[in-house]
Design a binder for this molecule. Structure first.
Ligand code: ADE
Length: 253
């Protein structure tokens, strides 16, 4: 039987999802609380990734090795750094790169040593379903989104996401990061702190993985939207709306 693990970055996001689980049971692995229950006929595990690549890798390994997850989906927030990627937009990952990985001169910058590649792709089938669920959530939440941002609805983007153990929060820092990535042939749409690690663990175990991020900031010094309010009013409803649309589409897992 398939077991879908849903990793959230924020407790606020997980709370909404937890309310959807039938007969939820709390399990403990690696010091983490992981919830297991039913949702739309699926066996579902809910976990918080924690922050940073190592913490996210530990959580993912516990879900797969300890609890038998067969599919992994991530929902969280990210800094938008691609052209036209605005606060409140959604970015569905097609691939991940670690922007802080540099084993040069032994390996080219950004290359994952011994993997022969710098990017890890998400599962195409799962990603297509997540993209459709994200579009449906963006349409469904347009009214609420408009009240907060003044824009009609959020745009759903799909593409490369960069992960690293750093909260990127300055225009100069962001510019330097983008220049380094571009020199390596990478132009990510968003930056966050966990996705590439989850992708690598799933790659190692041969587990399909997909990820979506709500854009909470532009990774610069201008705060367009108050972060706590953004999380409560935008990120959490999106996580719930996306997963509510995504789960029914998994009937053929
Ligand atoms: N998650 C949300 N915003 C981020 C940023 N600016 N940098 C890294 N991770 C983030």
């Amino acid at each position: 039987m398939a077991t879908l693990a849903i990793l959230s970055a924020l407790a606020e996001e997980q709370q909404g999802l937890l309310a959807c689980l039938s007969q939820p049971v709390c399990l403990r692995r690696a010091g983490r609380e992981i919830w297991r229950g039913g949702w739309q006929g699926q066996d579902v595990l809910l976990a918080l990734s924690r922050i940073g690549k190592v913490a996210a890798a530990t959580t993912t390994t516990a879900l797969i090795e300890g609890l038998g997850a067969t599919h992994v989906v991530f929902t969280g927030v990210a800094g938008g750094i691609g052209p036209g990627v605005q606060v409140g937009d959604l970015v569905v990952a097609t691939e991940f790169v670690q922007h802080d990985l540099d084993a040069s001169p032994l390996f080219p910058r950004f290359e994952i040593p011994l993997y022969g590649r710098s990017r890890l792709g998400c599962d195409p089938g799962l990603t297509a379903l997540l993209l459709r669920a994200s579009e449906s959530a963006a349409t469904g939440l347009a009214g609420q989104f408009n009240q907060i941002t003044g824009r009609a609805r959020s745009t759903v983007h799909a593409g490369l996401i960069a992960s690293g153990d750093r909260f990127v929060s300055g225009a100069a820092e962001l510019h330097a990061l983008q220049q380094r990535l571009l020199a390596g042939g990478h132009a990510p749409l968003a930056v966050e702190m966990e996705g590439a690690a989850v992708a690598q663990v799933c790659f190692d175990y041969g587990i399909p993985f997909a990820a979506v991020r709500t854009i909470s900031d532009r990774a610069d010094d201008a705060a367009h939207v108050d972060f706590p309010r953004f999380v409560r009013d935008v990120a959490s409803p999106y996580a719930l709306a996306i997963m509510s649309a995504f789960l029914p589409s998994l009937s053929n897992l």
